[in-house]
Ligand binder design. Sequence first.
Ligand SMILES: NC(=O)c1ccc[n+]([C@@H]2O[C@H](COP(=O)([O-])OP(=O)(O)OC[C@H]3O[C@@H](n4cnc5c(N)ncnc54)[C@H](OP(=O)(O)O)[C@@H]3O)[C@@H](O)[C@H]2O)c1
Length: 501
Amino acid sequence: MSDSPKQPDPLTMIIFGASGDLTRRKLAPAMYNLSAGGNLPKFRIIGFARRERSDEQFREDLHKAIHQFSRAGTVDARHWKAFAPCLSYLSGDFTDEARYKELKDRLTAAAQELGSGNRLFYLATPPSLYPDIVRCIGEMGLNEPEPGSWTRIIVEKPFGKDLETALALNREIHAVFSEDQVYRIDHYLGKETVQNILVLRFANGIFEPLWNRNFIDHVEITMAESIGVEGRGGYYEEAGALRDMVQNHMMQLISLISMEPPIAFEAGEVRNEKVKVLRAIRPYTTESVKTMVVRGQYGPGRVEGQPCVGYRNEPGVAPDSNTETFVALKLLIDNWRWAGVPFYIRTGKRLPRRVTEIAVRFKQAPYLLFRDTDVKQPDQNLLVLQIQPEEGIFMQFGAKVPGPKIRIQAVNMDFAYGTSFQEDNADAYERLLLDCMLGDATLFTRHDEVETAWSIVTSIMDGWKQLDDGQGSVAMYGAGTWGPREAAELIERHGHRWRLP
Ligand SMILES: NC(=O)c1ccc[n+]([C@@H]2O[C@H](COP(=O)([O-])OP(=O)(O)OC[C@H]3O[C@@H](n4cnc5c(N)ncnc54)[C@H](OP(=O)(O)O)[C@@H]3O)[C@@H](O)[C@H]2O)c1
């Protein structure tokens, strides 16, 4: 993980999919903010997409997008004057090899202007186009760095749709780029609160000694969205919550919370430990899918006071769709640190509110000292890492209620980012783009990490396929609830209860 604000060397960024949603919402605002914050060197951005656009129109499009989506909510005229001339546009189909000749010429010209041949390709396109784009880049020789320069490629999620397709995509990419040129992005890793998991664990002496099966009873991870599929029903029908959230974001949180301490804070070492713990996750069998995994789908209901239709009535969704909009699962990590400690994870759409948090529940005190008083079994100690929208950490423990009797009540010790730090919270894409430009891959996903995460998720999908032959349809839940009854039962079977976030 780099220590910004180091400045990268001059570079040209080529955005494949420059007229798309991701470019407008995230990439353009991130590059603008980095530039306005003085974090960028001399640079050029070449936008590449299908529709016809002049350079001037492209600049206007991005100006509007930055105005709409940038965290500042505005475009500073002075910064824009410096930023806009660095933008240009190339139109064409990504499968048309002739357009890559034009791209090569533009890159040569940019390198001369900048005095640097550094190139950053960004794949912000439908994933089905990744293989064609990578192949064409290779055929034009644009993958090879100029002497003294670097060439890197950022690949957006989804990275494959199961283990087999992820392996195939890695093969196609590796035919053109070496692994150290490839930056697979999961924007969750760019969030301050996610990076803080490592700081909490490894920069403090008090937590790590407790961070194991001797003291932790279980871990709950919740990643809830209140929104539905937002007009992307067609996409979601192919994805579902397991692929869309568990394979990437959830696996990232699980690996950060459960990994062994790396020997150095450096990309290779951190990623080695993440892969190692992912490999220790017990794969699912058809039998364990039945008892340890719940898939749900929202029906009609109300979220935040607003009525909403059920998933099957969303545009682009089949009326008899079995796609899951909710998954809850119990996950076991078979290693010395975690043997026997269940990790309960759940994610879903149309839940009561948007919230992501990790709750670590510690074991009870070994002996109830206050048994001749009114005190029943006190609550388990709880450490909650709040990822979003609240950003912070709190610890819950029992305290004596003032008065002559012994009564115990759970109280909180709180840390909130907003009140503890004055610094502006940079967007995840700003952080990750800058890290990539600096050649720091710590917060990007390595090929074996993606493959290991897919192998776990694929074992669940295989189980579902088997069950679909006979039983096994999704469990319905009302929009605005915390998921189907079966999700509550999953954790209650082991004497626990989901925390109400
Ligand atoms: N949107 C997000 O917030 C978000 C978040 C995380 C990850 N992602 C990932 O980012 C990627 C892009 O998503 P998106 O939402 O930006 O998609 P999008 O809005 O559909 O944009 C797709 C882009 O690709 C271009 N394109 C498609 N086919 C092309 C072809 N054959 N030749 C040339 N250009 C072509 C489109 O150009 P024209 O429109 O000019 O045809 C457009 O610029 C996807 O992999 C997605 O999963 C997106």
